[in-house]
Design a protein around this ligand. Structure first.
Ligand SMILES: [Zn+2]
Length: 547
């Protein structure tokens, strides 16, 4: 191979051979890593966790090498290549290498702190009234108890982990910032946005500001009614409401909606409903269901996720299904991820056989996940009678909007806090946290409290610079929903009847979004899938009932 990069032909040959050699090394590592992660989640066995940590470090080691990175930047400086698929692989590889151009001891130190925090979160159990309790027990108190003093103790217990991890988390933030500065970024937050999400900080925060302004009035309206209900329930004044009077440790969720949907799922096979629904919209789930692990088992991870093991046919969903509305929504959500992964064009190169962005796969999953509260869906799949579905429609539409409002205001706290954390980890973060909670969620801070409550939220430790993607996913889900309602056509409710049962939905999503994988930059994928740029307009319309 010639080392000259003068002509496009030289550069194309050099790049193609570099991509081949990197992929030959990383593809088998990813395959083994994904198997180890799956096995670890299915069994909880420590040997799989050790194996996945080892493989992750090995992969980072590949991207830490200086020579391939120098070659990639030289190809870029000389003018890149004309072949769009090859050019896209160059961009993605450059970002991955750039983020890891660090001394091995720095990477090892970061990984050590990350793994330490992860295992602290996995093994920590809070103490409530002298008893060691899990998260579910604390959440149950906040959902059900009418005893204000006990609620307060449960809420405080939910924050105990914060004090236990704050020092290590701050050390990790400082270390990540130092590393990011040696790579030419102002801090780790800006670096992660640019290299992982292909987003800039001003762009992200201009969307967040627009969403904040657009949700302020409807949220105040919702919150005033909620506070009135809580005041009556706890027999106090609204001025006395504190964080422990809300339904969960961070006020991320709207309390249960007025319509009870669980009875429609009792005694039903949610797996069958999932299969029937996806078949009706054009996706055959047989092979995905055969690979999935859907029910509770000892030692198994208690959450839900979908992962593509081989960026090919081996796509797996993990759930812990019980026959209720929560798990129905979760199944629809996870299989939304699964059909995306499964319909990426298999002839694309390895580096491009992934969704366009976290936000595009979340958008698809959220689009489907919302349907377990949708009247047309409930009627067709859960057997809700037509009149009842009609009556439930407005209430359940309201419940979806309320949940999105509460979640949105909470996500604003998280995004602003995380940016501030990386900008200046020495500032008074304990105080800042409550400033943000009061500003965005309208929840009054507890008196005389100076504790790292923010550090109790697991995402700062184990999923850094990620939380904003949930909100961007909801934003795109509303755009995608609007586009699909247009595709299936019809008037009013008829559009929903069609959306939940037309094979056109599957054809449209496969052709306009899934198929191209990561071959297009994400803004282009959003444009192709929705006919417009990413914009909060459709999302804000939906929240105010104009969707
Ligand atoms: Zn998801």
């Amino acid at each position: 191979m010639s080392l000259a990069l003068d002509t496009e032909r030289d550069r194309r040959a050099a790049l193609a051979s570099l991509v081949d050699s990197v992929v030959a090394e990383i593809e088998p590592l990813y395959l083994r890593l994904n198997h180890a992660v799956w096995d670890a989640n299915l069994t909880g066995a420590p040997e799989h966790e050790r194996e996945s940590a080892r493989l992750e470090a090995e992969l980072r080691g590949v991207f830490a090498r200086a020579a391939p990175y120098a070659r990639l930047t030289a190809i870029e400086a000389a003018g890149g290549v004309d072949d769009p698929l090859l050019e896209r692989q160059r961009e993605l590889l450059r970002n991955a290498f750039r983020a890891n151009q660090l001394p091995p001891e720095t990477i090892a130190h970061i990984v050590r702190l990350e793994k330490g925090l992860e295992s602290r979160f996995n093994t920590f159990r809070a103490t409530l009234d002298g008893e060691r309790v899990g998260d579910n027990a604390l959440r149950q108190v906040l959902r059900e108890s009418d005893d204000g003093a006990r609620r307060r103790r449960a809420w405080e217990a939910s924050k105990q982990i914060g004090a236990g991890v704050a020092a290590d988390l701050l050390a990790l933030v400082r270390l990540r910032n130092q590393a990011a500065r040696t790579l030419g970024f102002t801090d780790h937050y800006a670096m992660a946005l640019e290299l992982k999400d292909e987003l800039t900080e001003p762009q992200l925060f201009s969307w967040l500001d627009e969403i904040e302004a657009g949700t302020r009035a409807p949220f105040q309206l919702y919150k005033r009614a909620l506070d009135e209900r809580l005041r009556q329930r706890f027999a106090i004044t609204t001025a006395e409401l504190r964080p422990w009077h809300y339904g969960d440790p961070f006020f991320q969720e709207a309390p249960a909606p007025a319509v009870r949907l669980d009875p429609w799922f009792e005694g039903k096979s949610l797996e069958d409903l999932t299969r029937r629904f996806f078949a009706a919209v054009g996706f055959d789930l047989d092979d995905l269901l055969a690979r999935a692990d859907l029910y509770e088992k000892p030692g198994k991870c208690q959450h839900a996720f979908c992962m593509s093991i081989d960026r090919g046919a081996d796509v797996r969903v993990l759930c812990n299904v019980r026959p209720d509305e929560y798990w129905m929504g979760t199944l629809l959500h996870e299989f939304g991820h699964a059909v995306y992964d499964r319909h990426i064009d298999p002839s694309l190169p390895f580096l491009l056989r992934e969704p366009a962005h976290v936000l595009t796969t979340e958008a698809t999953a959220m689009l489907f996940g919302r349907l377990s509260k949708n009247a047309a869906w409930l009627r067709r799949y859960a057997g809700m009678p037509a009149e009842e579905a009609g009556r439930a429609a407005a209430a359940s539409q309201r419940a979806i909007a309320d949940q999105l409002l509460v979640q949105t205001r909470w996500t604003l706290v998280m995004a602003h806090m995380e940016r501030a954390l990386y900008r200046d980890p020495s500032q008074d973060l304990n105080h800042l946290w409550w400033d943000l909670v009061e500003r965005f969620q309208g929840v009054h801070r507890p008196e005389h409290r100076d504790a790292p409550d923010w550090a109790a939220k697991i995402h700062f430790s184990v999923a850094p610079v990620y939380y904003h993607n949930y909100l961007l996913g909801e934003v795109m889900a509303s755009q995608l929903q609007r586009a699909l309602l247009g595709v299936v056509g019809g008037e009013g409710d008829q559009r929903w009847e069609r959306l939940v049962a037309s094979p056109e939905v599957g054809r449209y999503l496969s052709a306009r979004l899934f198929g191209s994988g990561r071959s297009l930059a994400w803004p282009e994928s959003v444009r192709r899938a929705t006919g417009e740029e990413l914009s909060p307009a459709a999302f804000l319309d939906e929240l105010s009932g104009r969707g």
